[in-house]
Design a protein around this ligand. Sequence first.
Ligand SMILES: [Fe+2]
Length: 279
Amino acid sequence: MTDLSPPAAPASAPKPPGNLRLLHLTDLHFLAGAGERMLGVDTDQSFVDTLRAALASGPSPDVVLLTGDLVQDPVPSAYRRLRERLRALPCPAYCLPGNHDDPELIEEHLVGDRVLFQSSFVVGGWQIICLDSTIPRLPFGRLGGKQLRLLESLLGQYPERHALIALHHHAVPSGSAWMDTMVLEDADRLFGLLAAHPRVRVVVCGHVHQAIDRMHQGIRMIATPSTCFQFKPLQVDFALDALPPGYRWIELRPDGGIETTLGRGRDIPEGLDFSSRGY
Ligand SMILES: [Fe+2]
């Protein structure tokens, strides 16, 4: 029987004073019904196991950030089950949509209490900006004029704060040809804008189901593994990786510095079907 009990209590190791401790989780791919499987994986259970491993791995988060593909099936039941999971967290959870999500359903069936869906928030000395890079029913990403104008206006709000930008799609090619057909199409416009705002320290994304941490045009670019199945890096065609689900701690320092630690669950999800040829 599926174990959906609440995650274990967090460990009580101290965190450096003044640091903002952000837990990044992404690409949950919740399905319409509890216990349903995608590529052989019970994605609810895999999320619960990954969250439990994350919360047991260090001090409590100040903020949880979820960067899209919250669900695979954009239906109310999937968002409502996720809402129950996120309500049990010890801190606010900020969500943004991925290519499999429906922003209207997020508003209606996921948001509430400390589960939030908003384009910007301020915490500590940092501004966190959450963008919507999705195009309805298409797998690749685009910010477009509306989101880019929003970003420009948000970046004008707090010139004294450091900024983290979160979005679903990867803005720099991952090196996997099949995945890079689904990259952020107008990344050049994004980087053109960011060049005028050196207070942007880091761009965080999901979508690629693998860990990435590199510099691009002076900005740190971070991607985090999925809470369910992983994609093998540097492939021409779709290929699953034999790695457990992952999460990432991102410590944002008052001086604008960033420290990040990648963590993984203990096991590859039970039932993962390595003969899958796509998703
Ligand atoms: Fe995904």
